[in-house]
Design a protein around this ligand. Structure first.
Ligand SMILES: CC(C)(COP(=O)(O)OP(=O)(O)OC[C@H]1O[C@@H](n2cnc3c(N)ncnc32)[C@H](O)[C@@H]1OP(=O)(O)O)[C@@H](O)C(=O)NCCC(=O)NCCS
Length: 129
């Protein structure tokens, strides 16, 4: 296997809080999938979890090399959280096309949040050329 992309992002929880406060449900649905919202809203304070997922989307967009542009949309990069286990990425649409175009077939994601900040790191791997 070889590395096809890496990406990291840091996000202030307050920034997500302000954005959701200002733009409400429309922004919530623009940024996050129903499964992401359901997972985060199970927590007493969903905001650090939402901020970490926002960071994951930006980190993944960097690993893809596109940023959040060129048709890559927020909900095309989804964070799956299978219980108390390692979070995973699910890509769809243009994000998935780009993932395949760079020869990736496996992704790794790690998240962290503390002290009002959330960070995410993404590594994309593919078969040796
Ligand atoms: C790539 C992107 C995700 C960068 O995110 P950011 O939060 O603006 O900036 P960060 O500080 O996290 O990252 C900056 C670094 O990303 C890297 N970067 C920029 N474009 C990149 C790309 N296409 N692929 C990989 N890395 C990229 C650069 O090294 C940059 O560092 P530099 O400015 O010192 O050169 C950004 O282009 C983007 O698309 N952001 C979405 C913004 C948006 O729509 N916000 C509204 C939210 S509701």
């Amino acid at each position: 296997m070889s590395v096809r992309g890496i990406g990291v992002d840091i996000c202030r929880v307050e920034r997500i809080a302000a954005s959701l406060e200002r733009f409400g449900d429309r922004m919530r649905r623009r940024l996050f999938t129903p499964d992401e919202l359901a997972y985060c809203e199970r927590h007493k304070d969903p905001l650090p979890h939402l901020a970490a997922r926002f960071a994951a989307k930006e980190a993944a967009s960097k690993a893809l090399g596109t940023g959040m542009s060129g048709g890559v949309g927020w909900t095309q990069i989804e964070v799956l959280q299978p219980g108390g286990r390692v979070p995973e990425l699910r890509l769809t649409g243009v994000a998935l096309e780009r993932f395949q175009a760079i020869g990736a077939d496996r992704s790794h994601l790690t998240l962290s949040h503390d002290g009002g900040l959330a960070v995410a790191c993404v590594v994309l791997e593919g078969q040796d050329r």
